[in-house]
Ligand binder design. Sequence first.
Ligand code: BES
Ligand code: ZN
Ligand code: ZN
Length: 487
Amino acid sequence: MNFELTALPLQDVDAEIEIVIVVANNLKHRFVQDKKLLKKAGFSGGQDESCLLLGEGRLYVGAASVKSAAIRTAAASAIKALKGTKYKSIKIATYTNKGCTYTLRAMVEGFILGSYSFETYKSKKSKNKIKEISISLEEYSALKIDIEKASIQIHKAQIIADATNFTRDIVNTTPDDCYPEVMANIAEGMAEDTGLKCKILKPKALRKEKMETLLAVARASRHTPRVIHLTHKPKNPKCVVTLVGKGLTYDSGGLSLKPADFMVTMKSDKSGGSAVMGIMKAVAELDLPIEVHGFVGAVENMIGGDAYKPDDVLVAKNGKTIEIRNTDAEGRLVLADVLCYAQQEVKSDYLFDFATLTGASVVAVGHYTSSIMGNNKKVQDLVVKEAHNAGELATALDFNPYLKKTIKSEIADICNISNTRYGGAITAGHFLSEFVDKKHSKKWAHIDIAGPAFVEHAWGENPHGASGAGVRMMVKLIENLAKDTKH
Ligand code: BES
Ligand code: ZN
Ligand code: ZN
């Protein structure tokens, strides 16, 4: 998809179809030239409602306001409405919130994210896709828009949306095509393309590093585990950020086997690790002045004669002993070791982990929202704020001392599941906090993306399947750390 920014008025721009956004149901705006036809078609301009007037060469789409979130999904709806048509080029005017070019960025993100489809396993690929998008600087409120600023935002949007689609592709790939070794290869390839440093730890190195809980989860799989470490190290970085991702290329549940219906979609249990890879790609391409480290624990949780068991006691990298009572609570075991390894390797100003960690998070906050936990309200709130700014939904779930006690063990330092069936997202967060050292305790946030990472229907700018949850929120956060001087 190519974007061209032009100072020409919209009517002088050449394209097969013009897209008009109807803002706040205002059909009287000068951009709306087909008011009568639209009324006849019953189009009122509701958010994401679209109406294609073939004869006029215009596609109308509704947006509740000119705010980024509304424009983003409107753009995605417009591009979806053109799917299956033969049009290759479109044009659109500029819509900004009082001249702020962030809305332009949201619009471009909407076009790229909305046009995504995963067709690797389809015999017939869709050929006709919109290739050229011309954006005229003619603005909705007749404001003058700086072409330099506008083109910077378009460029950023392309990098961020492409990185989100990169993450979506990894998550959507089937477990037999994307296992730990493949994830490591994808990371290496991406690192070579973007100039990131990439280190891969194979089983021998993992044993040397005493990552015994990660190795135990991996034991019954024919695919050996990998830990990936990607580094973006600019000169004079403003601060250091560490990202850790759960990369379960398949989660069968292990011996505590998942029921059949719950196992379907568990190829998406690598979403946290895939998000970390997407974030690293964007950070490198944007060349942000922040040192960023991305760690991924890539493992497959299977059954077999060599499987780890309920009743086992494992020793994590930091020496803590863990009583296993359910092998399906495997993500926290992998993250425990990778968190310890990441903190040993890098002392950072912020530490974030991303994981499809619990079904309980989906029960608590629904499919579209990530839950954010940690020991520092400010860091939690920062993630929630930047997620919203970037077009993702997130909400803070608070820790409490009573739930913390529910992961106590009679025979080991800690148990891998809670003794209560309630509050499972939070108890999993408490478990992880046992593997965050004192230095990082107030700098850490745990991001449970189990809800939005993979949804079996389209929503907003997201298609069926992988959404790339986590990528936009974290790139935005890191971008803003680059602007902010005090940490
Ligand atoms: N990968 C799952 C969590 C999950 C569930 C992600 C649904 C996305 C959608 C995780 O490893 C898991 O199985 N967690 C268990 C924990 C339980 C055994 C304490 C769960 O959520 O049921
Ligand atoms: Zn599991
Ligand atoms: Zn899992």
